[in-house]
Design a protein around this ligand. Structure first.
Ligand SMILES: NC(=O)c1ccc[n+]([C@@H]2O[C@H](COP(=O)([O-])OP(=O)(O)OC[C@H]3O[C@@H](n4cnc5c(N)ncnc54)[C@H](O)[C@@H]3O)[C@@H](O)[C@H]2O)c1
Length: 365
C-alpha cells in the first residue's frame, strides 16, 4: 500500500506518526512509505534516517496526500489540511470528531475512511502518561515565584512545607502527574471517584507525602493548594463541573490550574484549550495552563511510543485494507469513525445527535 506521513503542523508540535524503524518494518513488508521533508526532525529523525530506512522523502504535504492511500498522522485534522483530503484516503490519526462538528461534517462530505487512533489503544494511549508527567512538571514550574506562583519549593526544606498539589483523576494521566510530583517531593492529594484508583495510588506512594480522598474533599482542599492538576476524563454530555467559576474565589491568587484533560466547559468550567506557543491565561485572577498537545513537548519519546502502538495496525491495514482490518482487530474497530460518508463512531453520533451505523452492524455487511 502507498503510505504517507505528513509533517505535523500544529504550533510547537514536534511529533511524527512513525519513526524510521517503524517505516523500515513497513518497507520490508513491501509497502511504499513517503515521508514529508523534515517530518521527523524534532523527534530526532532526520530525512537521511528515513531514506536509509527505505522511505521516499517528498517536499510537501500536498505531494504526500496526492500519492498516498493510507495517511498516518498524530494530531487531529486541522482546517488548513481539509482541502488535501480525498475519498480514497484512509486517515489514521487522533481525530476527536465528537468534539468537532465542522470536522465531522467535512470528513463525511469527502467520503474518506477515518480511524481515530485515540480509541484504538488496548493498553492505554502511550501519550497519556507523558501528558501527566510533563503537565505536572510545567505546573511545578508555574508555582515558582517569578512565574506568579506561590513560590513554595517542590520539596520540603528547613521546616517549610513543600508545594501542595491536588491531582483530580487517577487514571493514566493522573498517575503520570503523580510520578512527577511525588518524585520531586511535593505534598499531594489524589482524588478519584473510583476507590480502586485511590487504593492503587495509596499503595504506590505509601510512606510518602500522599493522601487519597474522594472527590467530595475538593472544596475543603482548595484554600491551601498551590497546584491543581485536572486529569479527569469528562463525559461529553455532562454540563456540570468539579471546579466551577465561583470556586476559583476560594483559591489563593498564586494558585495555578493545570487542566490536562482540557475539556472546554468540562470538569473545570473556566478551561479553554491553549497551545505551547501561548500556554497560560488568567481567568478571575487564577492562571490556567490548558495545552491540548502536552506530549508534543517531548517529541522523541512521544513518537517512539505512538509509532510502536500504531505500527501493528498500520501493517494490517496495509495488508487487507481498513474495513477488513477492523473486522480482524476489535481494538482498531473501536476507532472506526466514518467510511464513504457514513458515520460509524457511536460517541460522535450521540454527542452531535446525528445518524450513525453502529460499528458491529457496519462490519457485519
Ligand atoms: N492535554 C493533553 O495533551 C492530553 C494528552 C493525553 C490525554 N489527555 C486527556 O487526559 C484525560 C484523562 O485521560 P486518562 O487516559 O487518564 O483517562 P482515564 O480514564 O485513564 O482516567 C480518568 C480517571 O478519572 C476518574 N474520574 C472520572 N470521573 C471522575 C469524577 N467525576 N471525579 C473524580 N474522578 C473521576 C476515573 O475514575 C479515572 O480514574 C482525558 O480527557 C484525555 O483526553 C490530554
Amino acid at each position: 500500500m502507498d503510505i504517507g506521513i505528513p509533517r505535523e503542523t500544529k504550533p510547537q508540535e514536534g511529533r511524527v506518526a512513525l519513526l524510521p524503524d517503524h517505516v523500515n518494518a513497513l518497507v520490508r513488508e513491501g509497502h511504499t512509505v513517503r515521508v514529508e521533508k523534515n517530518a521527523g526532525v524534532l523527534s530526532g529523525a532526520d530525512d537521511q534516517s528515513y531514506s536509509a530506512a527505505g522511505a521516499l522523502i517528498l517536499e510537501s504535504a500536498a505531494q504526500i496526500f496526492d500519492t498516498s492511500e493510507l495517511i498516518v498522522k498524530v494530531k487531529e485534522p486541522l482546517e488548513h489540511e481539509f482541502g488535501l483530503y480525498k475519498a480514497r484516503h484512509i486517515l489514521f490519526t487522533n481525530v476527536h470528531s465528537a468534539a468537532d462538528k465542522p470536522l465531522t461534517d467535512h470528513l463525511l462530505k469527502v467520503g474518506l475512511t477515518a480511524i481515530a487512533a485515540e480509541d484504538t489503544h488496548q493498553h492505554g494511549s502511550p501519550n497519556c502518561p507523558l501528558a501527566g508527567e510533563v503537565g505536572a512538571f510545567e505546573g511545578v514550574r508555574l508555582c515558582l515565584s517569578p512565574h506568579g506562583g506561590s513560590g513554595r519549593h517542590f520539596m520540603p526544606h528547613f521546616g517549610a512545607p513543600a508545594l501542595k498539589a491536588v491531582v483530580l483523576g487517577l487514571g493514566a494521566v493522573g498517575n503520570g502527574a503523580l510520578r512527577t510530583l511525588m518524585r520531586l517531593g511535593c505534598s499531594v492529594s489524589g482524588l478519584d471517584i473510583n476507590p480502586g484508583a485511590r487504593m492503587k495510588a495509596d499503595l504506590d506512594w505509601a510512606g510518602q507525602d500522599f493522601t487519597s480522598a474522594d472527590v467530595n474533599a475538593l472544596p475543603e482542599l482548595l484554600a491551601d493548594t498551590d497546584l491543581f492538576v485536572n486529569c479527569v476524563l469528562w463525559p461529553k454530555h455532562r454540563d456540570d463541573h468539579l471546579i466551577d467559576r465561583a470556586m476559583l474565589k476560594r483559591m489563593k491568587s498564586t494558585a495555578v490550574i493545570v487542566d490536562i484533560s482540557c475539556d472546554e466547559g468540562g470538569a473545570v468550567e473556566t478551561t479553554r484549550a491553549t497551545t505551547w506557543s501561548d500556554p497560560v491565561y488568567s481567568e478571575d485572577g487564577i492562571r490556567h495552563f490548558c495545552v491540548d498537545n502536552i506530549p508534543g513537548a517531548v517529541p522523541e519519546t512521544a513518537s517512539a511510543g505512538y509509532g510502536a502502538a500504531l505500527l501493528p495496525f498500520v501493517k494490517l491495514i496495509g495488508e487487507v485494507g481498513a474495513v477488513e482490518a477492523c473486522r480482524r482487530e476489535p481494538w482498531l474497530a473501536r476507532g472506526l469513525t466514518c467510511v464513504e460518508g457514513e458515520l460509524i463512531l457511536e460517541e460522535t453520533g450521540m454527542v452531535q445527535q446525528r445518524p450513525y451505523t453502529p460499528v458491529a452492524e457496519f462490519l457485519s455487511d
